[in-house]
Design a protein around this ligand. Structure first.
Ligand SMILES: Cc1cc2nc3c(=O)[nH]c(=O)nc-3n(C[C@H](O)[C@H](O)[C@H](O)COP(=O)(O)OP(=O)(O)OC[C@H]3O[C@@H](n4cnc5c(N)ncnc54)[C@H](O)[C@@H]3O)c2cc1C
Ligand code: FES
Length: 311
């Protein structure tokens, strides 16, 4: 099959290359696609996502299930689950993708039992992804909690496609244990530095914020961003902010961007049933040219211009 004839998205099988626990609740899963799947996923944009079928994965042994998820573990996994990507690499006809995930319920619990060589059914790549940073000189990445994966993917893309661009990343969480990064807490200071290895591997400096002050800046990631913007010269016309995280955080980032006239793209999260624009379960209220429009997070998003979202 030639590249032109290959599907740009669809249902593919991927083979698990690794599945590693990075923090008590956070894991990193590596998937490998060959053939048409490698072509389709090789073109994945940061912010796009895939729907994984985890119904066939085994439930972990009783002692490996956190106390608060014992009941959830018993629930069946009927629907596929959406996940974005932390890294995408194509070489020698294969595409490798990394999924960074948080164990929250029956599907993600089952995900932890996947091992090398297991096969997972994946539909994607879905959604639109972040728009390229054409003409921008500076990009600011803001990740709140589990908003980290697409920001890591964005860091990979910006470094490869725009090597002269000035990029800085902000990563925040409630507490140090909730930071979905591999860096040890004692390596994190309040100032800008190469702490978060997921950004440092691309030569990108990062700042860490925790709500309880247990690591880095004491406060929310948006307070940290506002503080940094207040202390640094930023040319709004040549800067873009990319953000992913909880809605309240995205609303705060959108407000900061608006006040400073900086372009801003946000990745919205909604509960998704079909992931392909059929079930209408993922509506996002938007304002376009003064009119209210209801867009679908899975199809029109998940990435939106921050100016159009009604938070
Ligand atoms: C576009 C998109 C990309 C995503 N990317 C990632 C990712 O890279 N890594 C990751 O860990 N998770 C990601 N998620 C969330 C992930 O899909 C859910 O955590 C997962 O479906 C939980 O499944 P579960 O059966 O383990 O838990 P469930 O029992 O289904 O959910 C556990 C709890 O999380 C809440 N929840 C589940 N999904 C969502 C959602 N979409 N928005 C808000 N609350 C939710 C539920 O209401 C429930 O309270 C993404 C979601 C979307 C929509
Ligand atoms: S998840 Fe079904 S329409 Fe978006």
């Amino acid at each position: 099959m030639t590249e032109q004839a290959a599907k740009t998205k669809g249902k593919f099988s991927a083979s698990v290359s690794f599945n590693r626990q990075i923090k008590p609740r956070y894991w990193r899963l590596g998937l490998e696609f060959s053939g048409e799947g490698a072509v389709a996923f090789g073109g994945t944009r940061p912010g796009q996502f895939a729907e994984l079928d985890l119904s066939g994965a085994a439930v972990p042994a009783e002692k490996a299930i956190p106390e608060d998820l014992r009941d959830a573990a018993k629930r069946e996994v009927l629907l596929r689950r959406p996940f974005s990507f932390a890294k995408v690499e194509s070489k020698k006809g294969k595409t490798h993708v990394d999924i960074l995930y948080c164990v929250l319920g029956p599907a993600t619990l089952r995900m932890t039992t996947l091992g090398h060589g297991d096969v997972v059914s994946v539909i994607g790549p879905l959604g639109n992804g972040y728009k390229a940073a054409e003409g921008e000189k500076r990009a600011i990445l803001v990740a709140g909690g589990m908003g980290a994966p697409p920001m890591q993917h964005m860091a990979q893309e910006l470094t490869a496609e725009y090597p002269t661009m000035d990029v800085i990343a902000f990563g925040g969480a409630k507490s140090v244990d909730d930071l979905p990064f591999e860096t040890r807490p004692d390596q994190i200071l309040k100032e800008l530095g190469f702490y978060l290895r997921e950004f440092a591997e691309y030569g990108i400096q990062s700042m860490v914020a925790t709500d309880d002050g247990s690591a880095g800046f004491a406060g929310t990631v948006t307070d940290c961003l506002a503080d940094w913007l207040g202390r640094n010269e930023v040319n709004a016309n040549e800067t873009v902010i990319y953000a992913c995280g909880p809605e309240q955080m995205l609303a705060a980032v959108a407000e900061i961007a608006k006040e400073r006239h900086i372009d801003c793209q946000v990745s919205m999260e909604r509960l998704m049933a079909c992931g392909i624009g059929v079930c209408q379960s993922c509506v996002v209220e938007c304002k376009c040219d003064g009119d209210t429009e209801y867009k679908l997070c899975c199809k029109d998003g998940p990435v939106f211009d921050a100016k159009e979202v009604v938070f």
